[in-house]
Design a protein around this ligand. Structure first.
Ligand code: PLP
Length: 405
């Protein structure tokens, strides 16, 4: 019989999740997954942060533990701590009560709630400016709330670095008052971040054009290993007096991927606006998820409020970020040793979880088919998928495809 949905077009699979599924079904012993952006230890295993295990023990042994609903906007102490983490403990915006917060379904949920709120209460006649390229989900998240996207120049394939002139020009050419979606640190997928000097120029243009800065921060502490350093751009924009919002994800920096733990923080000019904003965000959240999941937020909340656990978390962050930096260095050294044609400095210059290798789609195909090394066709690799055990194999494979494909 015919279904009412017979003419529903079949949607293609999500590229990253599809890649992971194909990897999982591959029986080749030396296979490598460099697709998904999740941290792996040197044995290629997911890593539960030791500080997270401690927090979980505390939670499980709490005699008052229950599974009640959280408030609509989430755990209040978690929200306050999240704002403090990204904006800084002595942020003028926090002191002046000009901050609205809402716990979200991780970074994705924060991005969604952020654009949803702006589409209703800012304006819906301007595009959301997204970097070319950007996180694969940004476009769909924006389009889902009925806003248009427009790309700004970002990555320069000739230098494997930032095209700052193109970036500034795109910002300038966009309609006044556009929403500028910026990666706070560790740009995904390129691993290329503006320098502080370049951020100042970006802020100048955004101010001159009256754009609204929309920060997506999925890697605080994960990029440099230093939470404050990774928050620099956001804090700089707040210092300059912008109204803006920030999406935080605890997926990577706490390793809480599946717990969907995040926060949306909106900074406005005054406390009156902040109260109104928070009330409307709560209303949107109520209709969509009613209230957010509790478990991950409780873990983060414990760690952010306990000085000892907080210090241990910082250690855990450095463990992850330094292993990744070490892999960058080793990969670079091996490619140089092999005399692989081309320049490879970008591997060590880029930061965060990903590296944009500059490999062409045809070369990526050979890596997948011949070597069972899985990565997206834009040549992005998740550095966390490399280890001292597979890096030789990977470097030799790259050397082969660069020379022969
Ligand atoms: N934003 C960026 C730039 C990301 O790279 C990611 C994850 O890959 C996210 C947001 C959101 O991830 P999650 O919803 O798992 O927190």
């Amino acid at each position: 019989a015919e279904s009412l949905f017979q003419n529903t077009p079949l949607a293609g699979p999500d590229k990253i999740f599809h890649l992971t599924a194909v990897y999982a079904s591959d029986e080749f012993p030396q296979k490598i997954n460099l697709g998904v952006g999740a941290y792996r230890d040197n044995d290629g295993k997911p890593w539960v942060l030791p500080v997270v295990k401690k927090a979980e023990d505390i939670l499980i042994n709490d005699p008052n533990r229950n599974h009640e609903y959280l408030p609509i906007t989430g755990l209040p102490t978690f929200r306050a701590a999240s704002a403090k983490l990204i904006l800084g403990a002595d942020s003028p915006a926090i002191k002046e009560n000009r901050v609205s917060t809402c716990q979200t379904i991780s970074g994705t949920g924060a991005n969604h709630l952020g654009v949803l709120f702006l589409s209703r209460f800012y304006r819906n006649d301007v595009p959301v400016l997204i970097s070319k390229p950007t996180w694969i989900n940004h476009r769909d998240i924006v389009n889902n709330v009925g806003l248009e996207v427009r790309e700004y120049a970002y990555y320069d394939p000739k230098t494997n670095g930032l095209d700052i002139d193109g970036f500034l020009k795109s910002l300038n050419d966009a309609p006044n008052g556009s929403i500028a979606l910026l990666h706070a640190c560790a740009h995904n997928p390129t691993g290329v971040d503006p320098s502080q000097e370049q951020w100042r120029k970006i802020a100048d243009v955004i101010a001159a054009k009256g754009h609204y800065p929309f920060f997506d921060c999925a890697y605080q502490g994960f990029a440099s290993g230093d939470l404050d350093r990774d928050a620099w751009a956001v804090r700089y924009f707040v210092e300059r007096g912008f109204e803006l919002l920030v999406c935080q994800s605890y997926s990577k920096n706490f390793g809480l991927y599946g717990q969907r733990t995040g926060c949306l923080t909106v900074v406005s000019k005054n406390a009156d606006a902040a109260v109104k904003i928070e009330s409307q965000i709560a209303k949107l959240q109520r209709a969509e998820v009613s209230n957010p999941p509790a478990y991950g937020a409780r873990i983060v909340n414990l760690v952010l409020h306990d000085p000892k656990l907080y210090a241990e978390w910082n250690d855990n962050l450095r463990t992850m970020s330094s292993r990744i930096m070490d892999m960058r260095k080793q990969l670079y050294d091996k490619l140089i040793e092999l005399g692989t044609p081309g320049t490879w400095n970008h591997i060590i210059d880029q930061i965060g979880m990903f590296s944009f290798t500059g490999l062409k789609p045809s070369q990526v195909q050979v890596l997948i088919q011949k070597y069972h090394i899985y990565l997206t066709d834009n040549g992005r690799i998740s550095m966390a998928g490399l280890s001292t055990k597979n890096i030789d194999y990977f470097a030799k494979a790259v050397n082969d495809v660069v020379r022969n494909v």
